[in-house]
Design a protein around this ligand. Structure first.
Ligand code: ATP
Length: 292
């Protein structure tokens, strides 16, 4: 794939932090990443894996020690005169922001819209994130999940070409999470590239075209959610209830097993289920294999 089709290109990225007590800690340890224009790409990994550090470097908020980084064709740490034009093309939702507490939702979104050359309609954006009823509420009266939706509104108000979402749905109730997923898929349909970090594997599965699993600052695997860790070739688990207990068998041929069970049981096979590993199970085993 040529670089022209890549929204993000990262090669050999390294970043360490040095603490007085803790000494040197390598947070990002030689990461290579490519995010195609228009795709939704999710970074997955346990607490402290290096996701936020990576994303902040891509956003231009953090210096790197070494490696090459290109976001929309620019090096975020070497923007020169292109700085404000580049910032106009990216949208950012940080892990948590705490400003504008005394303003109303409407005031904050309208205010942020003024920073951009071609913003979306602030009232439509407020509706898109499901905050119309809270339009006139002060920011400091919003619930955690509502506050997060406001953060998302501020991330998309400038009509970004690429949107960075760092744990966007933390604190959302299930309904709000689903509504947020719809919003993200709508942005993708508009052609926006989305780089997401999340601890919710169902979110990655619902949204991401590709995921990267990171642990200890290194990428373990980049793949689609459906094929991560050989998931597509994993054995199925056929389970049923027999002789007073749950019984199960792992197999490459679940249909054959179900046929055998059907022949053995005269009627309904009690509590029959056929399952394959979830993305979460695959992820946990990948992380477990590399745990120090
Ligand atoms: P989480 O899922 O908890 O958000 P993460 O994958 O985003 O984690 P990072 O925040 O990138 O992880 O942190 C990676 C490592 O770098 C951790 O060990 C963390 O303690 C360390 N670290 C992050 N920020 C700093 C900082 N400003 N100073 C020193 N160490 C830091």
């Amino acid at each position: 794939m040529s670089s022209a089709n890549l929204a993000v290109e990262v090669k050999g990225l390294v970043k360490s932090y040095t603490g007085k007590k803790t000494g040197k800690k390598v947070a990002v340890d030689g990461i290579d990443l490519s995010v195609k224009s228009g795709e939704i790409f999710a970074l997955l990994g346990p607490n402290g894996a290096g996701k936020t550090t990576t994303v902040e470097i891509l956003e231009g908020y953090r210096d790197r020690d070494s490696g090459q980084v290109s976001v929309l064709g620019q090096d975020p740490n070497n923007l020169g005169i292109h700085g404000s034009a580049w910032r106009n093309r990216i949208g950012i939702v940080l892990q948590s922001t705490k400003d504008s507490e005394d303003l109303s939702v409407k005031e904050v979104v309208h205010h942020f819209a003024k920073y951009y050359q071609n913003p979306k309609d602030p009232d439509l954006v407020i509706a898109d994130v499901g905050l119309s009823e809270k339009m006139n509420a002060r920011v400091n009266t919003l619930s955690g999940g509502q506050r997060r939706r406001l953060d998302v509104a501020l991330g998309i108000i400038g009509r970004p070409e690429i949107l960075f979402l760092d744990e966007p749905t933390t604190g959302f109730d299930p309904e709000a999470r689903r509504a947020f997923w719809e919003l993200i898929l709508k942005l993708k349909a508009e052609g926006v590239t989305i780089l997401l970090t999340t601890h919710y594997l169902d979110e990655a599965e619902a949204l991401a075209d590709r995921v990267a699993v990171i642990n200890n600052g290194k990428i373990i695997e980049v793949s689609t959610p459906q094929t991560l860790g050989g998931r597509n070739n994993a054995k199925a688990l056929v389970s049923w209830f027999e002789n007073g207990k749950k019984t199960s068998i792992q197999t490459d041929n679940p249909t054959d097993e179900v046929k055998k069970l059907t022949a053995r049981f005269t009627g309904e096979i009690p509590e029959l289920s056929v399952t394959r590993p979830t993305l979460e199970e695959i992820y946990i085993s990948l992380i477990g294999e590399t745990h120090e």
